[in-house]
Structure formats: C-alpha cells, structure tokens
Design a protein around this ligand. Structure first.
Ligand code: WTA
Length: 633
C-alpha cells in the first residue's frame, strides 16, 4: 500500500509507481503509526536486526532524563556490525568501499573482507601505542580510505575518536586536541584540495606545541612530499604496517551499549565548540534504521555521500550507517568542480552510483555552470537523491530533480544535526515531496513549533523547532560538561529538546526549516560559530573587538561578515581588511575566511555588554533594526 496520496497543499511531487514498487518500505503510515504507538517496540525491532554480544535488558531508560539511556545492559560494538558481521554472509566478497583520488589517477577498492584486514591492522597498531578503551584519539586527515580504517579501528578497540575536519587549521585543531586530551593523533602528510597541497602534518606539528597529552602521531603517506618527523613521537603508518604487531586479528572490545563511540566538536551558541558525545548502541541502531528506510538501501546499490568524515554527515552516512547496512560506499577525495565542473557527474557515470547524497550549496554551485556539464554524462544509474546541511531553495531542488534525477529520482531532504546523530525530519521514497520541505518527522519522532514560552504556534506561523521524544542516536551529553548539555538543549523548554532552528509547519504537517536562531553560521553547509571567528580575530594585534554574523549568500547559503573595532593607533584600510580575512583563514581554516571585514567605531551592545548581532545583521541588510530598548547609550 502506498503512502496515502491525499490531496496536499502547494506544489507536490508524488512518487511514481516504479519508486513505490522498489521501495523497501511501501506503507509509510503503517510504520509511522506503529512507532507512534510503541516507540520502544519500533526501535527494539530495528536493534534486533543487528548483532549484540548480549541482548539489552531495557530498551529505554528515561529515569534520569534528559540523560536518556538506550538498550541498557546490551553489549555490542558498532565496528563488529559495520564489518565483521558481513564476513559471515555473501557480503564477504562484496565491495565495501570504492575510493577515487582527486586527480583521477588512482582508484582503490576494498571488499568487506579486505576492509576487515585493514581495520584489524590499524587497530593492532593503535593498540600497540598503549591506546585502549575510553582513550581519545584525534583523527585529522584528508578524504582517503585510511580515515575510515582509523575510525573503525578506534571503535573496535573501544577508543573514542574525535575527527577534526581537514579544512580546519591550527587553532581549531589545537583546541579540539587539548579539550579531548587525546593520547594519539592520526594524520597524513598532506591532502589535496583542488590540485593544491594542504600540509596537514605541519599543522599538526604546530598544534602539538601546546598539547602535552599527545604521546604519538601516526602519519599516513598520501602526497609523498617531505615532512618533518619527530623521532619517538611520529611514526609512518606504512612502517608500522611492516611490523609483526600489525598482523593478525585484533580482538573486538565488547562495549556497553552506552559506552562512548566518538566525540565530535561542533559550534553552538556562544563560547567554545562543544564535544558532542555519541554511543555504540543507540547511534548504531539510529544510523542503521534511518539509512535503510530513507535511502532504501539494498545490496545492488552504490551509495555516494559527498560529505567529509570530519562532519557528522560523514560519520553517520559515509562511514557507519552504510557499512552497518552492508552497503557499497563510494568515497571521493576531491570537491565538485575540480578540474572541471563535470567531475561529480563523470564519477556517477563511471561508478554507476545509484544513490547520491549531497548539500544544497554544492547543487547551487554546480547549477551555475549550466546543464551542459551534467548532460554530457549518462546519469541513468541514479535512483535516489538526497540533500542535507541547510534549507534547499526550491529553484535548486527543481534543478537537481530535473537535470540530475531526470524527474525519476525522489529527493530526500534530510533535516538533522550533529546532536541528533541521524535523520530527524525526512521523507522516505514513497512520501509525496514539496521542494524545500523535509516533510515529516522520522518514525517515532514528534516535532513541534513553539513560541518563546514553549507554547505551540498555529500552523503556518514561524517558531522554534523542538523535538519531544527521545531517540536512540541522540547525543548523550557534552563531553566533560553535562551541565552545558542541560542548559544548551533542555532547559529552555523542559522535557523538550531545543534544536536551535526556527521553522514552520504547514497544514499538511510538513516542516519548513528557516534557519538557526543562535550564533551558528552555516557556510556552505559547514557549521561555524561566531565565537570561534571572533576569537581568531582578536588574536590579531590591530583588533580591539569584533563581531561575526552570517548574511545570505547566493551559493554558500550564508557567508561570514565581520565587524571590527580597531585598537588606537590602527587605521581602517583595504589592506588591513584583507589581512584580517587571511588571519582568520590561517588560524581557524580556509572555510572560515570572512567574506568581508568592515571597520566600525563602536559595536552595538546591550547595557550588560552583549554584542547585538541582530542589529548588525539588520543594518547590513538595510532591514528594520527592531527593538532597541536594551541598546546601551
Ligand atoms: C541545518 C548537519 C534545512 C539546521 C547534518 C541544523 C538543515 C544544522 C538541514 C545542523 C536540512 C541540516 N534543511 N536545514 N535538510 N539539515 N540543517 O550539526 O540549521 O552540521 O540545525 O548537522 O544544519 O548542522 P550540523
């Protein structure tokens, strides 16, 4: 039975009979109703599809909410489910990972059998460095297969990985290594980005000047250029692989379902980035089930998620979700338009990609080059498309649907966050789509739009998006800061999870995300905090004070604009503005380079000294400045 095709409001794209016939889940309503009636029953059924060393005693323990626990008493390891369990099936010889180099000159493939060998090898090596259960390992690499091995190897031995995006630079890396108190850093000599070399190892060396907890650094060779190696501390991965300790099976640690799997730093409102903590059990079940139902994944598929493993999308849907599902994952080292704007389309054709999951910003960027580029390629292998990271404007949605999906492939617009671990508001292939809406909450979830006081607002009105039911892949806490976990997410509307987004719901119950209501800026789908940018600026000798805001940008979604108050003795100039932009890029990373740095005599502040970014934003866009009663004289 297809999802009920009642008449919906607005512009609606109904699924074709072909899509419905192929979908693993044909009756959306039935499953949604079951999950609504029996939340624990729904998730228990999903957990039963996976391998547990010991079954859980209780599906959900809410006795210490908001510190929810899932699959309590269960023993499990996500790496076992991502790799080992497939070796007992026909998937042993199935491709787990296909990788293509940015320059197209090399391609590497790994069956599940081969992946298992690689993970064991990396795990043996990590273990030999005295890293064990509960220890933190920072991973800072480009998009190469070894980053996948490193993540799975940590999981296998129970170490907690903290992946730092390779586009971040010294300050960001150092802060994250120091906060996590990592014992080990895994990196590579360098990475390629649009043909240019990024010297990752040198950035690590710089960062480690202030990170005393790090005992060892493993360096994977990718570019082959000369890098300094500190004896005793730095080890080439290929040298370690040649040692006897690298051989043989590494035992898989039996973890409690609630044991930490990883931390991932993300920007929130004010202050330092927060280390979001996810666990082995719940996160595994959440990523498994969401990917299965939403991307309808099966053994014939080749799934390509263009995200970097340094972000949550890479964790959940490039590494863990697809591998736990036993899928074939495609991973590409480079970006969308290098050397030419048909790079991605060429790869879809060459590798027969069936499911393609990317970000609106990439679609907008590629749209700009025109249809001739994708039209050069046979994209008929595609059957499903997806987007994530920011709202997709209907124009980009329609282009993606028509030019890439040839009006055959439904687009899964998935709304979720680092904190949610997995999709929260999303269609499945049988759900009628409206361009720009992520449709409805995933099974078992309830979303509400509320006002300042937590009261539901009428359909059609804008308000704060909150989630009212716990889910297995929810963050468990902020690492080392449980109080901040409560204050950040659960204290404004007690019992409800505050997302930090504003949204509205239409008459059909479809959700339309508007954007962040806090100090988070989404630049090309990358999540950055105003505080991080401002603290990079303040390290420049000319800067007395600064404020960063996000303003709409045609391709990036949002772009960073900074307002700087100079110290006495410094005068505004074009050169200084450019220097400050570069300063931020050098310290925080090229992704954080401000679009523009403007000089201002005095930043608008409240009487209590808080910068009123809202006022700056309104001024910059020539919009009404709103209530100014709290503005200082
Ligand atoms: C935004 C990324 C609209 C949103 C997985 C959220 C989206 C933030 C969508 C989380 C979407 C993500 N439509 N907005 N489909 N997906 N967002 O932690 O503002 O990097 O709060 O996780 O991205 O960003 P994060």
């Amino acid at each position: 039975m297809p999802a009920k095709q009642t008449q919906l409001e607005g512009e609606v794209y109904y699924p074709s009979q072909e899509v419905i016939q192929q979908a693993v889940l044909k009756d959306w309503d039935e499953l949604a109703q079951f999950a609504e009636r029996d939340l624990e029953g729904f998730w228990e059924r999903e957990a039963e599809q996976l391998v547990w060393f010991k079954r859980w005693d209780k599906v959900l323990d809410a006795s210490q909410a908001p510190f929810y626990k899932w699959f309590v008493g269960g023993k499990v390891n996500i790496a076992y489910n991502a790799v080992d369990r497939h070796l007992l099936t026909f998937r042993k010889n199935k491709l787990a990972l296909i990788w293509e180099a940015e320059d197209g000159k090399s391609e590497r493939t790994f069956s599940y059998y081969a992946l298992n060998r690689e993970v064991n090898r990396m795990a043996n090596i990590i273990k030999s460095m005295g890293v064990g259960k509960g220890d933190r390992v920072t991973i800072y690499m480009g998009r190469i297969p070894e980053i996948v091995f490193a993540m799975l190897a940590c999981a296998k031995i129970g170490a907690i990985h903290s992946v730092v995006f390779g586009g971040f630079s010294v300050d960001a890396l150092q802060g994250r290594i120091a906060d996590s108190e990592s014992k080990l850093v895994i990196t590579c000599d360098g990475a390629y980005q649009n043909g240019k070399l990024v010297e990752l190892k040198r950035i690590v060396d710089e960062a480690l000047k202030h990170c005393p907890t790090v005992e060892n650094v493993i360096v994977v060779r990718r570019t082959g250029h000369e890098v300094p190696m500190e004896s005793m501390r730095d080890h080439w991965y290929h040298d370690m692989c040649a040692l006897p300790i690298a051989n043989g099976k590494c035992p898989t640690e039996e973890m409690d379902a609630e044991d930490p799997l990883f931390i991932l730093y993300t920007s929130g409102s004010t202050g330092k980035p927060k280390a979001i903590l996810h666990t082995h059990g719940g996160y595994m079940v959440g990523t498994y089930a969401t990917l299965k139902y939403v991307f309808d994944i099966n053994d014939e598929d080749r799934f390509w998620c263009t995200a970097d493993p340094g972000w949550i999308t890479g964790h959940s849907y490039l590494v863990y979700g697809p591998l736990v599902n036993g899928a074939t994952v495609f991973m590409f080292e480079g970006g969308p338009a290098y050397p030419y704007p048909n790079r991605w389309w060429q790869l879809i054709e060459r590798f027969g990609i069936t499911i393609f999951y990317t970000a609106p910003t990439a679609i907008r960027g590629l749209m700009r080059f025109g249809e001739a580029w994708p039209n050069k390629h046979d994209l008929s292998s595609l059957r499903l498309l997806g987007t994530v990271g920011e709202p997709i404007n209907p124009e980009a949605w329609k282009w993606f649907y028509r030019v890439i999906g040839k009006e055959r492939c439904p687009i899964m617009d998935t709304w979720w966050q680092t904190e949610t671990g997995a999709f929260m508001i999303t269609p499945t292939p049988v759900v009628p789509l409206k361009p720009g809406s992520g449709t409805r909450p995933f099974f078992g979830q309830v979303a509400e739009i509320v006002d300042e006081h937590g009261n539901p607002v009428p359909d059609g009105s804008e308000g704060y998006l909150v989630l009212t039911r716990p889910w297995p892949s929810m963050l468990r806490t902020i690492y080392k800061d449980p109080e901040r976990y409560i204050s950040q997410y659960w204290s404004k509307y007690p019992g409800k999870y505050m997302t930090g987004d504003s949204a509205r719901r239409d008459k059909d119950g479809y959700f339309w995300i508007i954007g962040r209501v806090d100090d988070v800026i989404k630049v090309s789908g990358h999540r950055l905090g105003t505080a991080e940018i401002e603290s990079a600026l303040i390290t420049h000798p000319a800067v007395a004070e600064s404020a960063a805001i996000g303003l709409p940008h045609e391709i990036k979604g949002q772009a960073i604009h900074c307002f700087v108050q100079l110290k006495p003795g410094f005068a505004p100039s074009e050169e200084l503005s450019e220097e400050l932009r570069q300063h931020v890029a050098r310290h925080l990373g090229p992704i954080a380079r401000p679009e523009e740095v403007r000089f201002i005599d005095k930043l608008p502040k409240t009487r209590s000294g808080k910068i009123m970014r809202r006022v700056l934003k309104a001024r910059a866009q020539g919009l009404p400045e709103g209530d100014l009663s709290t503005l200082e004289e």
